[in-house]
Design a protein around this ligand. Structure first.
Ligand code: MLT
Length: 322
């Protein structure tokens, strides 16, 4: 019997190694759970372009949207655990959604972490027509409105929604959320003046701010973003301590062989170390993850810590999802 068990383990180990040897055997798909044109989509496409060089196979980006990103994550969770389908996500999809939706999957036990990706602070932006030239003036305008101002989000549980809840929490200002399938389309409506504001990922707003199409009031970090150094931090602008960084990451379904995860991690790290990729991402205001936080285990530990940090506030907000 012992011999049988040992040979079974050997066969299993061999088949895992064989899988990893031949991985990838076909194009790899990164599922981005938000619509094209938003910050998640932009980051995923920049990374995919470079990861395909290391992996030697096409790396495609598929946008699977809905329910604050939880539909796309569910699609990835239920895909074959062979490394050819990757779940792109962040604080919203892989932390907040677990406190808001009955997901039908567990964000920790049904996924394996691959690598932490760049992060960016949020930025408080409004439509151009609002007559405020500072965060204090903007907050005064918000408080003076007869009905709550409209805030674009990528759906309940998205990063832009969590940032909005946090903004309400610290200012006492009520907002009326307008959900989109991503903050790409939300930004289109902000530029068109259809909604009042977004607490957005800096990477998503920075182009429109530079073009003068929307107003920027503050960055939710303790230091200014190098590529947008004229925008003050919340500490400088009168909302001290309203700090939030939206980090992103990659995961694969549970039971994906460790050697396959290692290959995906290596391709991700190589992309993040590529000077041209770094320049593209940093120009969007994104900050690279620390080098000692790039292992799958580091992402796993970080996700668990963020769940412990954010779930109490999110659950207290009693977000209703239809
Ligand atoms: C969000 O959480 O707000 C999303 O990242 C927006 C997006 O990527 O479209």
């Amino acid at each position: 019997m012992r011999k049988f068990i040992l040979s079974a383990i050997a066969v299993l180990a061999f088949s895992d190694a064989a899988t990893a040897q031949s991985f990838p055997s076909r194009p790899v798909t990164i599922i981005v759970p938000f619509s094209a044109g938003g910050p998640s989509d932009a980051m995923a496409r920049i990374l995919a372009e470079r990861m395909k060089v290391t992996l030697g196979e096409q790396v495609l980006v598929e946008n699977v949207t809905g329910a604050g990103g939880s539909v796309g994550v569910g699609r990835a969770v239920r895909s074959p655990p062979d490394g050819h389908t990757i779940s792109f996500g962040h604080l919203g999809t892989h932390v907040a959604n677990g406190a808001i939706y009955k997901l039908g999957y567990d964000l920790v036990t049904d996924l394996e972490p691959v690598a932490l990706l760049p992060s960016n602070p949020m930025i408080i932006v409004s439509k151009k027509s609002i007559p405020a030239t500072s965060l204090k003036e903007f907050m005064a305008w918000l408080k003076a409105q007869p009905t709550p101002a409209t805030a674009g989000t990528a759906g309940a549980g998205s990063g832009s929604h969590i940032a909005g809840l946090y903004f309400e929490n610290v200012t006492g200002i009520k907002l009326q959320y307008v959900p989109y399938r991503g903050t790409g389309p939300a930004m289109n409506d902000l530029v068109a003046g259809q909604i009042d504001m977004i607490v957005d990922q800096t990477s998503n707003s920075i182009g429109q701010v530079r073009a003068g199409n929307i107003r920027a009031y503050a960055i939710t970090g303790d230091k200014r973003v190098e590529s947008a150094s004229d925008i003050p931090t919340v500490d400088e602008a009168g909302l001290p301590g309203f700090h939030m960084t939206l980090w992103s990451g990659l995961w694969v379904p549970k039971e994906t062989p460790k050697d396959v995860i290692a290959k995906l991690n290596a391709a991700t790290v190589e992309a993040l170390n590529d000077p041209a990729v770094r320049k593209q991402l940093e120009n969007l205001g994104l900050q690279m993850p620390p080098k000692d936080k790039l292992t799958p285990e580091a992402l796993g530990a970080w996700q668990k810590a963020e769940i412990a940090k954010w779930w109490p506030m999110i659950k207290a907000a009693n977000v209703k999802v239809d």
